[in-house]
Design a protein around this ligand. Structure first.
Ligand code: NOJ
Length: 495
């Protein structure tokens, strides 16, 4: 792309976006950035770390990842975490959201064998964050299951996994809970379950769409609830922290104002966000009724003995509902949704269970990621929907961000943040919604799963050709720093 084209694209992008608000974020609003263990740490087999499903997947099927990349070294944060903290300090963020690598702590996945060097790595990271006044927000599971547990069936094996995850969670609370006050059990479990065990494109690469992917979700939800109860009963009193589960969703906008398109968009969000959120965050608990009904009906027609969607007993429903101290939401983009006749019975799968058409408007501005169009207004609508559907919980945006090809002069990312944050701020100020924190994904460029190092989300550039993995602030880092310091998105805010 030559400079003129870039310039032209930026002008069109600016014109397509509304003016950002000149209101200010509330005084106690918290800003942070995020990363995840496999995406940044490297040190994949160092100091006693065990193999996880992403190590195994990238080493066994290198062609499934752009340029055959993997996370063996990634940003080398295993060795360079103090530099990461310098960057966080420079940004002035209140918190840093990162994840623990289960197999760095428990190389075989179970608590009989603890890797002390791995434990010390996280103790040191947490200590250094606290010394610099940065609150650690810790995710227990960001997609990197210990490989030995996958060999026993992984997440679809409910009987195995709920207790193992609970042991791991209890260990993490015991080891780090005196310093960590914000816990996220799972990150975007939909990607773990639907991409990992449904379509089979993510590790561990199992294709069991609409069967194992539902079992996986069932296990994850039960595991989350058990970890929450463990925290509640054994740790809350002394540690006084907060626990949540991160769920992701696009906003789904009806393609027209016809009742059918409105119904289709609602069905789509219930199958996406509601699948995980309803059992935990909805006052009635359980899966969304539309999922229960449709999957049961299609399963029957397909000849299954019972619904492919596992059932919660009424005791389980009660045990799971309300297991949150705030609602964590990851969101990046929007899709339009159109009603269609149900797909004929034949192919078993999640998308057939939903039977709608979702698409993105070709006029929306693009990023480097095919799925990520810039649609700031969708976020405000999503926040409103979440607030209304789940009875006004406190909401923390635990991820939001924009991809490009890594340029330091990343005007596109600045516009994205400015306009998404503006919509979030309007949701707070105009719609009265209790959003209390925002997390920019990501602190630095990192391993973007199937896309390797080709799509960049960082506020800091990382030079992956340099063995030092040199980090350089992008223009967006300056922008975000200013927002964090002033709570204002434009040059001058109203008081
Ligand atoms: C969601 C995931 O949590 C994160 O791992 C990923 O890199 C970003 N979205 C961007 O795709």
């Amino acid at each position: 792309m030559n400079l003129n084209t870039v310039f032209f694209l930026l002008i069109t992008l600016r014109l397509a976006l509304a003016e950002p608000t000149n209101k200010k974020f509330p005084e106690n609003f918290l800003f942070g950035t995020a990363t995840a263990s496999y995406q940044v740490e490297g040190g994949w087999n160092e100091d006693g770390k065990g193999e996880n499903i992403w190590d195994y997947f990238t080493h066994t099927y290198p062609d499934r990842i752009a340029n055959q990349a993997n996370g063996d070294i990634a940003c080398n944060s295993y060795h360079k975490y103090l530099e990461d903290i310098e960057m966080l300090k420079d940004l002035g963020v209140h918190f840093y959201r990162f994840s623990l690598s289960w197999s760095r702590i428990l190389p075989e996945g179970h608590i009989e064998k603890i890797n002390q060097v791995g434990v010390d790595y996280y103790k040191n990271l947490i200590k250094a964050l606290k010394e610099n006044g940065i609150e650690p927000y810790v995710t227990l599971y960001h997609w990197d299951l210990p490989q030995p547990l996958q060999e026993k069936g992984g997440w679809p094996n409910t009987d195995l996994m709920v207790d193992l995850f609970a042991d791991y969670a209890r260990l993490a609370f015991t080891l780090f809970g005196d310093q960590v006050k914000y816990w996220m059990t799972f990150n975007e479990a939909k990607q773990t379950c639907q991409l990992g065990y449904g379509y089979g494109v993510f590790a561990p690469g199992i294709q069991s769409n609409g069967i194992d992917s539902y079992k996986c979700a069932h296990t994850v939800i039960k595991s989350h609830a058990k970890a929450y109860h463990i925290y509640d009963e054994e740790f809350r009193k002394t540690q006084n922290g907060r626990v949540s589960m991160v769920i992701d969703s696009d906003w789904f906008e009806p393609a027209s104002d016809s009742d059918k398109d409105i119904e289709a968009a609602e069905r789509k969000i219930q199958f996406t966000f509601g699948w995980y959120a309803n059992p935990i965050y909805h006052p009635d608990g359980n899966y969304p009724q539309v999922m229960i009904d449709r999957i049961a009906e299609r399963s029957k027609k397909e000849g299954f003995e019972k619904s492919r969607l596992p059932e919660f007993t009424s005791d389980e429903i009660d045990y799971i509902k309300g297991t949150f101290d705030f609602l964590s939401l990851n969101t990046y983009t929007t899709s339009m949704v159109k009603w269609i006749d149900d797909y004929p019975i034949g192919n078993v799968g999640y998308d057939n269970d939903i039977s709608v058409v979702a698409y993105q408007d070709p006029s929306w501005n693009s990023s480097a990621s095919s799925w990520l169009k810039v649609v700031p207004w969708g976020t405000r609508k999503l926040i409103n929907w979440v607030d209304k559907t789940y009875n006004h919980p406190e909401i923390v945006i635990t991820e939001n961000g924009f991809s490009d090809y890594g340029e330091l002069d990343d005007e596109g990312r600045i516009l994205y943040y400015q306009n998404y944050l503006s919509n979030i701020l309007e949701a707070i100020k105009e719609d009265g919604i209790n959003v209390t924190g925002y997390t920019a994904w990501s602190l630095m460029d990192n391993f973007e799963w199937l896309n390797g190092y080709t799509e960049k989300f960082g506020l800091y550039q990382v030079d992956f050709d340099d063995e030092n993995r040199t980090r350089t602030p992008k223009k967006s880092a300056d922008f975000y720093k200013k927002v964090v310091a002033t709570k204002c998105l434009v040059n001058q805010c109203e008081d």
